[in-house]
Design a protein around this ligand. Sequence first.
Ligand code: PEP
Length: 252
Amino acid sequence: MRQWIVAGNWKMHNTVAESIALAKAIKEGAAGLQGGTVVLAPPFTALASVHQVIQGSPVCLAAQNMYPEDKGAFTGEVSPLMLKDVGCSYVIIGHSERRKYFLEQDTDVNRKVKKATACELIAVMCVGETDEERDRGITQDIVGRQVQTGLSGMENLENVVIAYEPVWAIGTGKVATPAQAQEVHGFIRGLLRRLYGGPAAEQTRIIYGGSVTRDNIGDLIAMEDIDGALVGGASLKADQFLGIIEKTSSAK
Ligand code: PEP
């Protein structure tokens, strides 16, 4: 049975003090929840401080990006070893904002996924189509290519979580319907089955992201192939995020 996972992507929000306060509220609210994982992805500047807050609790720490080298002359970048050093066990890779604003390609995502997992970080690999691609009826072509190229050369999926995040749903308030999301999650799981076999596909967590709130998570999480959520805006408010976690944990 797959365990649920709810991850909060704080993006470029929160000072260190604000991050500490939010992490404390989430840690306290999520204490005692079982059968899944809560992950917080603060900005780089707050990783170490948030780690101090959640250390010893079941809440895990994620970075929002990384550079796929151990160290070197890569000004402004952060390596997976540095992320581990400040307590990260997860890293988000290939978020659509990185693809859009920083021109990350599937091949960059692939390098990062391979490097992250080689360094024993769990890679949350984001995929998803734009509204134009959905309108053209090529959602599965786009998502299939992103999954296949992103995982190219990966021997197993042990340290991989896939986040299906339709670009048109991120930060727009326009959430995918449960049926739309399930259709793509089912497609991704089918693709994983072909690439890695049944047991690996069944064990891999595929989470949905895009305007998730505590009011809409219930219907999404009821879907067979939706194993949790990657949450942006609603993860910045403890009560909203805890509501999403509670509904996920009681449904799965
Ligand atoms: C995200 O940034 O991954 C995301 C899903 O954002 P939001 O929940 O705000 O749509």
